[in-house]
Design a protein around this ligand. Structure first.
Ligand SMILES: [Zn+2]
Ligand SMILES: [Zn+2]
Length: 304
């Protein structure tokens, strides 16, 4: 089975603390790295947790609040200094291009690195990237400014040939690829062996949804339904629901409710307010609604 993991680089909201960097995560599928948000210090965390920065070609930015983007100019500048060539793709609000280019014109080192900006759609779910291995979709959230979540879905693998069927029917090499693609086998006497008797299905496809910063938003549930791993912000504990509402954030109880309604297998909560020295009370509170809740602490890695 392919490796599919999420590593938390930063789990703090607004202000960094001595224990937590602002939001950033690495989604890794086999050797492909996808960066999600890029708070201040992201490149330091990438180094600390052993990621090769040069392998990042796609960066997804949920929204333009500073705690999600202040690491971006530094990261792009370092990638250029390290000699990265080709294109790097940034998926974000269209205003990011203007912000970045305003800064980048003072940096001469962007010689061989081309930054391509892809504007997000904040009205409806949209596929941003799709290849043989993965599909990445953005979907609108409810925050003070335009904000998107991201869904990472592993693409279904091809069928595996059943070795007993291979021997029993003496399947010719010329037909094996078609059978792995779903075709039936036609025997020399004209009889047909259905594909289901010849193949074993590949492991079920896995999915990860990233939801920050947002009010609890039931509209996202059809998009993230049955997700294997859900990251949902939980800036505050349940007793600060009014403050969460005022600042367009969620509480740990509300994050757990979204996980339950979307039938997620596991919930990670993060984007903690700096008032919480430990995330344990928030996790315990969320577990009263959704037992499979874990803290997205800096450095934690979750395998799907
Ligand atoms: Zn934030
Ligand atoms: Zn925000």
């Amino acid at each position: 089975m392919n490796s599919f993991s999420v590593t938390i680089l930063g789990s703090s909201s607004a202000l960094p603390t001595s224990q937590r960097f602002p939001t950033s995560q690495v989604v890794k599928l086999n050797e492909q790295l996808f960066l999600v948000d890029c708070g201040e210090g992201t490149q330091i965390q990438l180094r600390k947790f052993g990621f090769k920065m040069g392998r990042i070609n796609h960066i997804f930015i949920s929204h333009l609040h500073g705690d999600h983007i202040y690491g971006l100019p530094g990261l792009i500048s370092s990638l250029a200094l390290l000699g990265k060539k080709g294109e790097i793709h940034i998926y974000a609000h269209s205003d990011l291009q203007m912000m970045m280019e305003g800064m980048m014109k003072f940096m001469n080192e962007l010689t061989d690195l081309k930054v391509k900006y892809h504007p997000l759609n904040f009205r409806r779910a949209s596929v941003l990237l799709e290849d043989k291995r993965i599909r990445i979709t953005s979907f609108p959230l409810k925050h003070r400014i335009s904000c998107c979540g991201f869904l990472f879905e592993e693409m279904p693998g091809s069928l595996h040939l059943d070795k007993y069927a291979l021997e029993r029917f003496d399947i010719p090499v010329s037909q094996r690829l078609n059978i792995k693609g779903g075709a039936d086998l036609v025997l020399p006497d004209g009889n047909v062996v259905p594909n289901i008797e010849l193949t074993i299905p590949s492991a079920p496809s896995r999915s990860y949804a990233f939801c920050t910063d947002t009010l609890p938003c039931k509209e996202i549930i059809p998009t993230i339904k049955d997700v294997d791993l859900l990251y949902h912000e939980a800036t505050f504990a349940g007793d600060l629901e009014d403050l969460a509402k005022k600042t367009f954030h969620s509480t740990s109880l509300q994050a757990a409710e979204i996980a339950k309604l979307s039938n997620a297998k596991k919930l990670l909560i993060g984007h903690f307010s700096s008032r919480y020295k430990s995330a344990s009370p928030l996790v315990e509170e969320a577990r009263t609604v959704f037992p499979e809740t874990f803290a997205a602490e800096d450095g934690a890695c979750f395998e799907l």
